[in-house]
Design a protein around this ligand. Structure first.
Ligand code: IPE
Ligand code: MG
Length: 240
């Protein structure tokens, strides 16, 4: 599919659940980790296409707070792949003026993975182009709990009264503080569920679910999602 970007509204922020790696591998008689590596390999082309379309922010769900309960070998593979991904892709992200930002709780991410996330963030910190948020040990509910705790501390310290707590203030205490909410929320591999991904931020996002498994997801599939978004009428609760 060739998308003429002039023909469509472009979402400023696209959030993507990368799902279906296990199914892709199992269907080929391979270990699930093979599917994960293949799926992670799809991220660079997605970022590049997003950049070409003038998307400002892309958020990828790499590892959830629930994923720790997977078999240890699979968790270990995902940790190693995260480091390999960051080390491989930081140099061209730097050259492209793109930035990486980790969103999620640091604990209990292993130290070497935390260090790799920090290196990638620091190397790209001054870049002003497309921002790539990596949701790793991310869960929306724990993010909201962390925000509630931070706000509660301020109330306790009398820096704030309960009446001064607003929606904007809650947003400003999330890991995504200062970042425009997703306009388009994409899920690969067909499941019709939100899976604790950016629940606060996607209140008015347009949802797009494709049957395509993450390891098969191409930049043209991203264009198809953008084109679908371009045909939606966003109403934000109003009559349009
Ligand atoms: C998504 O692929 C990757 C992660 C959650 C880390 P899955 O591993 O969930 O793939 P399926 O759902 O089993 O096919
Ligand atoms: Mg899955």
């Amino acid at each position: 599919m060739s998308l003429n970007p002039c023909d469509f509204k472009i979402p400023a922020h696209i959030a993507i659940i990368l799902d279906g790696n296990g199914r892709w591998a199992t269907a080929r008689g391979k270990d699930r980790s093979v599917g994960h590596w293949k799926g992670i390999g799809r991220i660079k082309p997605m970022i590049q296409r997003g950049g070409e379309r003038d998307v400002k922010v892309m958020t990828f769900f790499l590892f959830s707070t629930e994923n720790w309960s997977r078999p240890q070998a699979e968790v270990d593979a995902l940790m190693a792949f995260c480091i390999a991904f960051l080390d491989e892709h930081t140099p061209w992200m730097v050259e492209s003026n793109f930035s990486f930002k980790h969103i999620g709780r640091k604990h209990p991410i292993p130290k070497d993975v935390q260090d790799a996330l920090q290196r990638a963030e620091q190397a790209t910190a001054h870049n002003t182009g497309l921002r790539v948020q990596l949701a790793f040990n991310y869960g929306s509910r724990s993010e909201i709990v962390d925000a509630a705790r931070a706000i509660a501390e301020k109330v306790k310290g009398r820096l704030l009264s309960p009446q001064e707590v607003t929606e904007q203030m809650v947003s400003d205490h999330l890991y995504t503080a200062g970042i425009t909410d997703p306009d388009l929320w994409v899920r690969t591999a067909g499941e019709m569920r939100l899976s604790n991904f950016l629940l606060w931020q996607i209140s008015y996002a347009e949802l797009y679910v494709t049957q395509t498994l993450c390891p098969d997801f191409t930049p043209d599939d991203l264009d198809a999602a953008i084109a679908a978004y371009g045909q939606r009428t966003r109403k934000f609760g109003q009559v349009k």
